[in-house]
Ligand binder design. Structure first.
Ligand code: ADP
Ligand code: MG
Length: 487
């Protein structure tokens, strides 16, 4: 009796236990049903025994159709080798696996984890397509950012509000400012050293102002053993929730732009002078002719001492020559006639013309023109003569007394250009002055017009030629004239 009682008691207990288990199982499955991760169980024959709602979505099917089907009907092995290999190791080697696989069938990135169970495998899965795409897009934009940062010639940067921490400085800083972007913070003192002292305060003020509004500053920057650069910095504050967060900006090398501006203003000056010359020269030339004529009559009559008249005539000659130089400038409007002709005789005539004056001053002219023998140029002989008269005259005036002028002809057949080099051993030209050569009225001579080189340049331009100067103080000056030739 006791035994049966005990037995039925046991059965009852077992029932309760079963019920508890059922409920907990139910709860368990209920729980698995509602979780956002996909969940499925498969038996040792790879067939689905349970599929939750989220997994239905991932498999894009109804669970009543899928239950009892093979995992490999959902994920064909040949197109999902990763899933196959991973779950095989869970099934056969009881390994817990976690992996991500792209399913071409569903066009989804799926994250799987597999746990061995006594009946087979439990699988959790998440559709991570969106995240992967986002990361891909981010990676893409990161790549694009790097592409920009590495290839844009301007430096762009992000700094802390006090400009002491530099959160980002792009690699172009190396070729603009002269140091690596990564060492920018340490090299900031060097940066300040290279800023031209006259611009230092301006740059500092601008930096301060960048905290309040967009600010642009242009300054000169001198790295050791480098040509002077012009730098333009532009920066502006970025606010976050009303407080200054960072300062962002761009730094660029504008040396070329500034040089171009200078060139432009010079050619503007040139054309203004040219226009002026046209008007003024004609106005002066006419009265000049009559004054000169009368003066010659007075001189022949002898009523005024000839020393006076000859000084007056000399001075008038000078005025006339200036006026004529002016008139050269007025010419550009008119077509000049260019003809093909041998080049060497033109130069030889000029040298012949200058020889007398050179002898008087004790200047030796050394000529090496053999290379030019067979070359012709398309040009205007008088204008070309004027070019070399101007240059040789300058050389002689620079030497003043005793010295050497070398005139050398060279040929560059690769680009069909001949070069005439005029070398003098005069005092040379300083760097600052070298820049000003060719500007109208720039002269260091008491009686200079400062028009010679400008005219020379202009005439050479008409001949598609070029003019270059090299000079060293105390050693002398080398002038290169390049002209296209015809053989
Ligand atoms: P000008 O001869 O009337 O002064 P230019 O235009 O011919 O005008 O020359 C301008 C200036 O360039 C000269 O005054 C001189 O200072 C400088 N210069 C030109 N050629 C030389 C040279 N060979 N050596 C030194 N200085 C030169
Ligand atoms: Mg001159």
């Amino acid at each position: 009796m006791k035994q049966t009682e005990n037995f039925s008691d046991l059965l009852r207990q077992l029932d309760t236990l079963n019920e508890v288990l059922r409920i907990s199982n139910k709860r368990h499955y209920e729980l698995l049903e509602v979780i956002s991760d996909g969940f499925a169980t498969i038996n040792r024959e790879w067939c689905f025994t349970f599929i939750n709602k989220s997994m239905e979505k991932i498999f894009e099917g109804k669970r009543q159709d899928l239950l009892g089907e093979s995992l490999w009907s959902v994920f064909p092995i040949d197109s999902h080798p990763g899933i196959y290999n991973n779950f095989c190791s869970t099934m056969n080697e009881l390994r817990v696996v976690m992996f991500q696989e792209y399913s071409p069938k569903f066009n989804k990135y799926l994250l799987f984890s597999g746990y061995p169970s006594k009946d087979g495998i439990s699988i959790f899965s998440q559709d991570v397509t969106e995240q992967v795409r986002m990361v891909e897009a981010l990676m893409g934009s990161e790549d694009r950012f790097q592409l920009l940062a590495n290839n844009i010639r301007e430096v762009f940067w992000i700094a802390s509000p006090n400009m002491e921490e530099w959160y980002y400085v792009s690699p172009a800083t190396k070729h603009i400012l002269g140091f690596d972007n990564v060492e920018f913070e340490e090299k900031i003192l060097e940066f300040w050293q290279y800023v031209n002292p006259d611009d230092l305060q301006k740059v500092k003020n601008a930096w301060r102002q960048m905290r309040e509004r967009e600010t642009i500053v242009e300054f000169r920057y001198q790295q050791p053993n480098q040509p002077m650069q012009w730098i333009r910095g532009k920066g502006q504050p970025v606010f976050k929730d009303g407080t200054l967060d960072v300062i962002v900006g761009i730094t660029e090398d504008i040396t070329k732009i500034i040089e171009r501006e200078e060139l432009l203003s010079r050619s503007e000056k040139l054309s203004t002078v040219g226009q002026l010359a046209a008007g003024v020269a004609h106005e002066i030339r006419n009265p000049l002719t009559s004054i000169k004529g009368f003066l010659q009559i007075i001189q022949s009559e002898g009523t005024v001492p000839s020393t006076y008249t000859s000084i007056m005539l000399d001075e008038l000659d000078r005025i006339e020559s200036i006026v004529n130089e002016f008139l050269f400038l007025a010419k550009p409007q008119q077509e000049i006639k260019l003809t093909v002709q041998p080049f060497k005789p033109i130069l030889e005539q000029v040298i012949g013309l200058m020889q007398g004056e050179a002898n008087l001053k004790g200047i030796e002219i050394i000529v090496e023109l053999d290379d030019l023998s067979s070359l012709k140029v398309r040009g205007n002989a008088n204008h070309l003569k004027q070019v070399f008269v101007n240059l040789i005259k300058n050389a002689m005036e620079a030497i003043q007394n005793k010295g050497k002028i070398k005139i050398i002809g060279q040929v560059n057949r690769e680009n069909s250009t001949l070069t005439v080099i005029v070398i003098d051993d005069g005092p040379g030209i300083t760097k600052e002055r070298l820049k000003k050569l060719g500007e109208p009225f720039y002269s260091t001579k008491e009686k200079g017009t400062g028009l010679g080189l400008m005219i020379t340049r202009k005439l050479l331009e008409d001949h598609e030629g070029e003019l270059f100067f090299e000079s060293e103080i105390g050693k002398g000056t080398v002038v290169h004239v390049n002209l296209p030739f015809i053989e």
